[in-house]
Design a protein around this ligand. Sequence first.
Ligand code: ZN
Length: 427
Amino acid sequence: MHFVGLSRWPRSSRPRRIRLAVALLVVSFVTTSGLALAPRAEAAPWSRGKARVGKRRLTRDLKALFRQVPKTELHMHLGGSTPIKILRDFHVENGTPRRKVRKQTRIAPVFRSLNDFLKTYYRVAIDQSPSQMERAAEALVKEVAKENVRYVEIRSSITGKKGTEPKEIAAAIERGMKKGAAWVKKKKGWDMGMSFIVLGQRHKSPAESLQAAKLAVELAKQPGSLVGGFDLAGSESDHNVDKHRAALEYIRDHGQKNGVKLTIHAGEVENSEHLSGLQSMWHALAYKPDRIGHITQAYKDPKLMKALRDQGVHGELNPWSNVQLKSVRDYEHYPLRQFLAAGLSLSLSTDNRTISSIDLTKQLGQLYQHRQIMSWQEIKKLTLDGISAGFASQAERDRVTAEVQAEFARIESDPRHKRTISKYLTP
Ligand SMILES: [Zn+2]
């Protein structure tokens, strides 16, 4: 901002009253606009770039409330979500000279394209040994607990890593998750609900995805296993889901009775020369998945929305990831309002929290600011739907649901949060 005229008045001769008035004006602007004053680490990705008309202000009270909200995180890739400090350690351990680690792990706040994102992903989230994956999983469970995530699912591929047995990788990740949960229990006093999802990848061969599906079922049979699901991830526009029919039918036929449920990445991209996001979703739906990752494009087809609701397919939403990677034009065009109005089962996730510079608390703030989330009831629904749709056992999910309900009641009876909910989140 620029104060016309004052610059022509020599600073030394400005009357004291005017200087005081200017100082007050600046303070008042900064306070009411919600700008600056916060430490640099607090700066959120969406706060960069041009301001949008009608964007709501995120008050200090709202930020405090959003941090406290008990949350679920169903859609999170281990590689892209491992805390950056741990990834930097891995670079050093894997031979990157210390002076180059910062540059090698630098993440831009905005990506120009999906390819740009993927380049960053593979540069930062390097291939890891089983013991590194164990540490990554442990750190990630601790990280999400800091923002009160009560139920978490981590997904990762376990096949195709040279020189390492897939079962060894799965065991390492599960060990890490359990260590993380033990830390949460000790530090915070509650039990983290958890499940692990084995990934099949669309760009790999059908034989490889079938191998991953069989492994998921075999691992889930072992006592104490955290494996609860199988996911088909990767480029939906270049690799039709039908290419992996064998893996998906294997999960359909053998998964349910062995505690392995199915989710598929679909509806993430708007279009490509091969397949639209909508076609991709119809193809995915034919395999009767329990959940679909993203579902972003579904709002364009009322029949598809109805099919998702009627078949009880849960939508794992990743709004910031979709905005960042241009699945939707911007936050104003993200279809959360349509999904809520259609009565779908929904939850919020981050996809790749480290590479996308996001967490669930910041994302809740973004959704509030852009009028995507309008009420406290919607926030509760998004958490509770996430637990219901989780891949852990029913008994485990019932336990987490009861604890989360108690946590919501505690928040609602806190005078500060009560005021915030009534002022900002009551339609
Ligand atoms: Zn994903």
